[in-house]
Design a protein around this ligand. Structure first.
Ligand code: 5GP
Ligand code: MG
Length: 182
């Protein structure tokens, strides 16, 4: 990206990310071992963690993994918008009676996740659990259950490994970084 008015400091290295995802995979394996699970990646940011998680689950021996995606536009988190959250991409699979694990990149205020959890639990899955690679605990405004958290981070704006800068850049970084403005 040219014309930089910022730099990026590494917060979580590529190596550490792999260890964090391995830890998450072991927790999912411990809880759902022989069952079919539907991993629901929340677009767009979850693609990196979802891809690595699914591969780790395969290595642990899980072989009934369904991968699906959901896009949801919550009109900016934390606002008292009167607009209904809008589904921009719905699931391909019927989750009724299924074991579903939502896969998120980061939980901040918790609004996006609470909307998504409500939408998905209305479809009557047998079990609905949530995994998030990162959590900014001090930013939480609404209590949401997140059974699997990769790493707790402070209140900083992070990019990379799926997470974007300015709605477009840096999702491809193999590490998580913190944007510093000059
Ligand atoms: P929440 O509804 O929990 O406030 O917002 C969660 C969403 O906001 C995340 O899924 C992510 O898309 C975005 N978000 C929150 N914090 C960050 C951050 O530090 N960096 C980036 N790139 N996105 C973030
Ligand atoms: Mg997200």
């Amino acid at each position: 990206m040219n014309d930089k008015n910022h730099s990026i400091d590494v917060l979580i290295s590529e190596q550490e990310l792999q260890e964090v995802v391995q830890k998450l995979a072991k927790e999912i394996y411990r809880d759902f071992n022989n069952q079919e699970i539907i991993l629901v990646g929340v677009l767009d940011g979850s693609f990196a963690v979802l891809a690595d998680l699914a591969k780790q689950l395969h290595k642990l021996g899980m072989d009934k993994i369904v991968i699906d995606f959901m896009g949801i536009d919550t009109y900016g988190s934390g606002t008292k918008s009167s607009k209904e959250p809008r589904i921009t991409k719905d699931l391909k699979h019927d989750i009724k009676g299924k074991v579903v694990v939502i896969v998120e990149d980061i939980v901040d205020t918790g609004y996006s996740l609470s909307v998504l959890q409500a939408m998905l639990s209305a479809r009557l899955p047998q079990k609905l659990a949530t995994l998030s690679l990162l959590s900014k605990d001090e930013r939480r405004e609404i209590e949401v259950p997140v059974e699997y958290i990769g790493k707790h981070i402070p209140n900083v704006f992070v990019v990379g490994y799926g997470l974007d800068f300015d709605g477009k850049y840096y999702r491809e970084l193999p590490y998580i970084g913190v944007v510093k403005f000059k």
